[in-house]
Ligand binder design. Structure first.
Ligand SMILES: Cc1cc2nc3c(=O)[nH]c(=O)nc-3n(C[C@H](O)[C@H](O)[C@H](O)COP(=O)(O)OP(=O)(O)OC[C@H]3O[C@@H](n4cnc5c(N)ncnc54)[C@H](O)[C@@H]3O)c2cc1C
Length: 466
């Protein structure tokens, strides 16, 4: 039996489910097909949400253990990992069920099963019992996201050799963990297990962690993480990983060509993610891929076929949930004949470690490469009264503004609540604000956000508190 819809979205992650809801709001008879058995995609099930839950819980554990230094005696603090994992799982369940509720509310039909193309208007859905259905759709949006990438020849077993998914559900605190890759996922998960008691070593091929981040911030970030006990082995290339009785031996080659063995109990490989395009039978529709095996789209998210679109991790651009969501809304509006648009210059990136790291817009390195003259305003949280009051004063705010026009071109923050603070800069940049606009905006005292005002003042060397 064939069911007919005006629009079908493949994938129920933050790109897909948001797109399906927006399409339904715009009056389309919409369906969404999701294969994992629950909505919310990588983000809600095995990404943003469980990782933030564990980051928060492990941070609380670490802080409570150290409260006596601040005059609060709480006695013997013990970890109950099983309960902690249950608390994380509860957050996931509540949120994924919440998306199901939103589908019902917006009358989006939800198909549980794996979708593949039969033709440019027909999708075959196979459920877990291998029962098949065909859905016919005028417009199709591919939002199948991405999956963890391993190193050549190394397979995840999710007990010793872990992907991020495995690292979210280890049932004991490993004595020693090797994290291969110094990107944000590896550092977040490394922080979780380090706070819970593991000895964590990060092995990174490049000179700096978090590639693409403003180098000054990235260096400060590594300094802070080192102080927290995470050990870094930079410019090391992993040659092989051999499992043994107690875990594994990771063999690396350093920049001088020397081979080094690292014994550990678990290895987390977080070297990137690959787009989910296999299994979609894209050939049946004739959808083209780009050189990185992502779905090729134009600026309106249209593939080489008129009625098929793609968004989120499966297309080019940063692999971030909010980027996928914004693309989901934009493509739905484009399908409805409106002018959906995503401003890629103002997509924030946040690392939810302690302290948090956040960035938006251009880095100093990018501005140099683009030969754009810029001014820098910087302000340290050491001079921010709120941060000092609560003894959480590591890091700084850095604002980059155009040397001639003073327009804010980028901002990079490391410090308390940086992930929340960066939103103010996002709004400012959307409105084409200058650093003076930020500097002349009244900020409540005492707040962390005063560090933004002071950094903006510092662009013209007139910060008050430094
Ligand atoms: C550990 C971790 C932490 C992260 N933390 C953050 C964070 O803090 N902030 C942030 O912005 N991003 C974070 N991300 C990245 C974020 O999860 C992704 O960028 C985001 O989920 C991408 O959304 P999407 O909708 O494009 O794809 P996905 O969320 O991957 O969803 C795609 C869905 O499509 C389904 N699917 C695939 N193929 C088919 C098919 N053939 N038929 C039916 N369904 C199919 C998949 O099962 C999946 O549920 C994190 C990722 C990880 C792994």
């Amino acid at each position: 039996m064939t069911e007919k819809f005006e629009a079908v979205v493949i994938g129920g992650g933050p790109g897909g489910y948001v797109c399906a809801i927006r399409l339904a709001q715009l009056g389309f008879k919409t369906a969404c097909v999701e294969s994992r058995g629950s909505l919310g995609g990588t983000c809600l099930n095995v990404g943003c949400i469980p990782s933030k839950s564990l980051l928060n819980l492990s941070d609380e554990f670490h802080k409570v253990k150290n409260l006596s230094k601040k005059g609060i005696e709480v006695g013997d603090v013990k970890l109950n990992l099983e309960k902690m994992m249950k608390s994380k799982d509860k957050a996931v369940t509540v949120l994924t069920k919440g998306v199901e509720f939103l589908f019902k509310k917006n009358k989006v039909s939800y198909f549980k099963g794996t979708a593949s193309f039969k033709s440019k208007n027909e999708i075959l859905v196979k459920d877990s019992n291998n029962d098949e259905k065909i859905i016919n759709a005028n417009k199709i949006v591919i939002a199948t996201g991405s999956a963890p990438l391993s190193l050549p020849g190394i397979k995840f077993d999710e007990t010793t050799i872990l992907s991020s998914t495995g690292a979210l559900k280890i049932d004991h605190v490993p004595k020693k963990m090797i994290v291969v890759g110094g990107g944000y996922i590896g550092l977040e998960m490394g922080s979780v297990w380090s706070r819970l008691g593991s000895e964590v070593h990060v092995i990174e091929f490049l000179e700096n962690i978090t590639p693409g981040m403003d180098t000054e911030i990235s260096k400060e970030f590594m300094k802070i993480l080192k102080k927290q006990g995470i050990q870094f082995h930079m410019q090391h290339k992993v040659k092989q990983i051999v499992k043994n009785n107690s875990g594994a031996t990771v063999t690396t080659v350093d920049k001088e060509g020397k081979e080094i063995d690292f014994d550990c109990n678990v290895v987390l490989i977080s070297v990137g993610r690959k787009p989910n395009t296999e299994g979609l039978n894209l050939k049946a529709a004739g959808v083209q891929l780009d050189e990185k095996m992502r779905i090729k789209t134009d600026k309106n998210f249209r593939t080489n076929l008129d009625n098929i679109f793609a968004i989120g991790d499966v297309i080019k651009g940063p692999m971030l949930a909010h980027k996928a969501e914004d693309e989901g809304i934009a493509v739905a509006e484009n399908i409805a004949g409106q002018s959906g648009h995503v401003n890629y210059d103002t997509i924030p990136g946040v690392v939810y470690t302690t302290p948090e790291v956040a960035s938006i817009g251009k880095t100093e390195e990018q501005l140099k490469e683009m030969k754009i003259d810029y001014k820098i305003g910087k302000f340290s949280f050491m001079a921010n009264s709120r941060a000092k009051a609560i003894d959480d004063a590591e890091g700084f705010v850095k604002i980059l503004a155009d040397a001639k026009t003073d327009k804010v071109l980028g901002a990079h923050l490391i410090g308390p609540h940086a992930g929340e603070l960066v939103a103010e800069i996002g709004v400012a940049m959307e409105f084409g604000a200058s650093s003076e606009d930020l500097a002349r905006t009244c900020h409540a005292h005492p707040t962390f956000s005063e560090a933004i005002k002071e950094a903006a003042l510092s662009v013209e060397k007139r910060a008050i508190h430094s």
